[in-house]
Structures are given as structure tokens and as C-alpha cells.
Write a protein that binds this ligand. Structure first.
Ligand SMILES: [Zn+2]
Length: 385
């Protein structure tokens, strides 16, 4: 039976290699546990949390869901949004999830559990539905916020944070920071001193006790957490580029990390996530620094039919050994599928064109598919070890 999401590049052998790839999705989230009604579904299709900004089906992503996911529910391609939701709500949710996750063709999911993790299904269930291996990524700001809620003293904070890092090591493969959401990426490059950390912890823990709310925005503590993670030698994922309304886009340009990247050379891999619309800046940084990697996840499903261009642009300056695939899908299995499929289609069309033009050999294309599709992620996260 032909796949519901065929790869349609100009070169059949490139298409076949892309279609056969068991991708490692190196930054992804789980799917929602509770049933989603129409308004919850449409809210997940946008990064905005502002009700007036929710554009319903009139987005690239909305059109892509109707085009590519509708046939998997037994509907015609381009079915109306209403017909899609009506049909989806009558079907068994695990079956819908399993169909879409398996169609995504993922070998391994490297899952960030930090964003609204309580509302999502557990990793073992996600892996079973996807027919894939699952590994975890630990969000540094969540570690700090758990410590703040536990009633640690300011003097005990540095040791408590290091203990939390140690404790996370056996069950995770790397770290993630949302520094971009907590004041921006323009941090001082060097680690703070222990005295500075204790001082900052005193101020923050006092505020947490007063307000009952633990959301880490202190720049010294953010920096200290990042450096504790770097010292483990494990890879560090950094949110860069667009995100939701909490973020000031002009402070999410990965180029702002340049002094930090100089300071961390040779210590741990740094993975610039999403990067759009700064993916060209990210490609430049990946060429300059051997420990810097990038992806264009999240941008793929949100740009739908236009995503091919972004895949091609991600293949400009960055060495092929430092580009990774991610979907950054959250909540809906439609996003896992579209992330994978739009990436495959963009790659097959782009590489196929270059092979057809005689600019690349077929072997060059196959090597790029292997590196970007799974081998770079396996190397960076030690997935084969
Ligand atoms: Zn994410």
C-alpha cells in the first residue's frame, strides 16, 4: 500500500533513501493525555496564547493538517477543518496517535519533558505508540524551580543543584535551557562564582517564599545552571528563534550566544534548536565552532508548504555533520507526523535537485540523509553506547 505521505522529490533513489530513514527526532515532546476538543486542538496549532491571534485553519499548518493528516483518518485530502475535527473526535485516540506516530517513521525520540509535562502521556506509552526508542532531556530551569519549591537554603542551593544534575544523569541524555524565554540569549560568557550564586539564590528564594511562585529569571542562577550542565560534558539544547509570546524575538537570535560559544568550545556539544528566522545565523555559528549544531524543527510544521525553502536554507553554511532533524512537536501526533514528513519532503526535493543537476553525487546525498537523519544525533547524544 502506498504511504499516505509519499516522498516526491525529482530523484527516485534520493526519494527512496529519504523514505527509508528511521529518523532520530532529537527534540520533541509527548502528546496530550486528555481528549482535545475543537478549541483546544486549534489552540495547539499556533504558538500564540492570545485567543484573538488564533487563526483556526487559515495557516500553513492548518492547511497541512487538512492535506496530509486527513487521509490517515479515512477522509479525502483537503477535507474541511470541521470534518477533520468531527471525524477525529469519533476515533479511538490511541489509534489515531499510533497511526500518525508510526507514519512519522521515527527510530528514536529524544523527549523534552519540561513544558507542561503533567498534561502529556508518559514516555513509555509514547514510545509504544510510536514503535520507537525514547530518551529524555532534562530542562535546567525546571531543576532549579523544583529546588526552590523544596525549601533549600541559599547556602545549600549550589550543592542541591549539583545533586539534581547527578541524579538526572542515569536517566537522560542531555540538557535543555529556555534562557531565551528568561531574559534572552545575551548572557555573560563565564560561569558565576559560588558566592555570586549563593547571593542570587538568597534573593530568588526569598521572592519564591513571598510570592509562592517559582519561575527562574535570575541571570546569575540561569548562567550557573547552564555551566553545571556544561561541566557534565553532556549535550546542551538551547531554545533559539521563534517561540510563544513570552519571548522577545530580537533577544532569541543565536548570534547573541557567540561569546558563550567561544567559552564552551571543547567542553560539550551545544545544539541550537528551531533557530528560525535566524537559521542562517545558526548555520554560520555551526561552521565557526566545532561543538555547535543546529536544526530547523518547529519551523517545519508551522511553515507547511513553504518549509522546503527553510530545509534548503539550513543546508547553506552549516557542515553536514552538525545539522540534526527535530520536529519540536508538542501535544498533537499530527505535529510529529508533519515535522517528519515535511522534513523528508524538503530534503528529498532539495538534494534530488542537486543530484539531478550534477552538483552532488548520489552518494553525497545519501551521506547527508544519514548524517542529518540519524547519525549526528546518535553521535552527539551517545545513543548507540
Ligand atoms: Zn520544544
Amino acid at each position: 500500500m502506498p504511504s499516505a505521505t509519499p516522498i516526491d522529490g525529482p530523484h527516485p533513489e534520493v526519494d527512496a533513501s529519504v523514505a527509508a530513514a528511521r529518523l532520530v527526532d532529537h527534540h520533541v515532546h509527548s502528546i496530550v493525555r486528555e481528549p482535545v476538543d475543537a478549541s483546544a486542538f486549534l489552540a495547539i496549532l499556533t504558538e500564540s496564547d492570545r485567543p484573538p491571534a488564533i487563526a483556526g485553519w487559515d495557516t500553513q499548518l492548518g492547511i497541512a493538517v487538512r492535506r496530509w493528516c486527513a487521509p490517515l483518518l479515512g477522509l479525502p485530502a483537503h477535507a474541511s477543518g470541521d470534518a477533520y475535527l468531527e471525524r477525529r473526535l469519533t476515533l479511538d485516540r490511541d489509534e489515531v496517535a499510533s497511526t500518525m506516530l508510526r507514519e512519522a517513521g521515527l527510530g528514536t525520540l529524544v523527549v523534552d519533558t519540561g513544558f507542561r509535562g503533567d498534561s502529556l502521556i508518559d514516555l513509555a506509552t509514547l514510545g509504544r505508540l510510536a514503535g520507537a526508542e525514547v530518551r529524555a532531556i532534562v530542562r535546567l530551569e525546571s531543576l532549579a524551580e523544583d529546588i526552590a519549591r523544596s525549601g533549600t537554603s541559599a547556602a545549600g542551593y549550589p550543592a542541591a543543584f549539583r545533586a539534581a544534575i547527578e541524579q538526572a544523569l542515569p536517566t537522560s541524555v542531555g540538557w535543555k535551557t529556555v534562557l531565551a524565554y528568561r531574559g534572552g540569549l545575551d548572557i555573560e560568557p563565564e560561569p558565576p562564582t559560588e558566592a555570586e550564586v549563593v547571593d542570587a539564590a538568597g534573593r530568588w528564594l526569598g521572592e519564591v517564599a513571598r510570592t509562592g511562585r517559582a519561575r527562574l529569571t535570575d541571570r546569575v542562577l540561569l548562567r550557573s545552571g547552564i555551566w553545571e550542565a556544561i561541566r557534565t560534558g553532556r549535550p546542551l539544547q538551547v531554545h533559539t528563534g521563534f517561540g510563544d509570546t513570552d519571548l522577545d524575538l530580537q533577544r532569541a537570535d543565536p548570534a547573541l550566544l557567540t561569546p558563550f560559544l567561544r567559552a564552551t568550545e571543547g567542553l560539550a556539544s551545544v545544539l541550537l534548536l528551531h533557530t528560525y528566522p535566524f537559521h542562517r545565523n545558526a548555520g554560520y555559528l555551526a561552521q565557526m565552532f566545532g561543538h555547535v549544531h543546529m536544526d530547523v524543527g518547529l519551523a517545519l510544521h508551522h511553515t507547511g508548504a513553504a518549509s522546503e525553502r527553510i530545509v534548503a536554507e539550513s543546508l547553506e553554511l552549516a557542515p553536514l555533520t552538525r545539522i540534526l532533524f527535530s520536529s519540536d512537536a508538542w501535544g498533537l501526533p499530527e505535529l510529529h507526523l508533519l515535522g517528519s514528513w515535511l522534513f523528508r519532503r524538503g530534503l528529498a526535493r532539495t538534494l534530488g535537485r542537486w543530484v539531478d543537476a550534477g552538483d552532488w553525487s548520489l552518494d553525497d546525498a545519501r551521506r547527508a540523509i544519514e548524517l542529518i537523519g540519524w547519525a549526528n544525533a546518535e553521535r552527539v547524544y551517545g545513543l548507540k553506547a
